[in-house]
Design a protein around this ligand. Sequence first.
Ligand SMILES: [Zn+2]
Length: 59
Amino acid sequence: MSDPFFELMVDGRTLAQRYRLYYKICRECGARNSPAADKCRKCKSKNLRWKKRTLGIKK
Ligand SMILES: [Zn+2]
């Protein structure tokens, strides 16, 4: 039932989606920064925290 090529595509997609699930939030000004950000793009603060974005599952 499993197609190796299909699984590869699905896996790459999930990886990309997983990466987009996380971003950094500045504790100083609350700005959202990219996961690769070292400091806030707004106030240059290094006081960043990881934020996990929950998938938009509507109930
Ligand atoms: Zn900031």
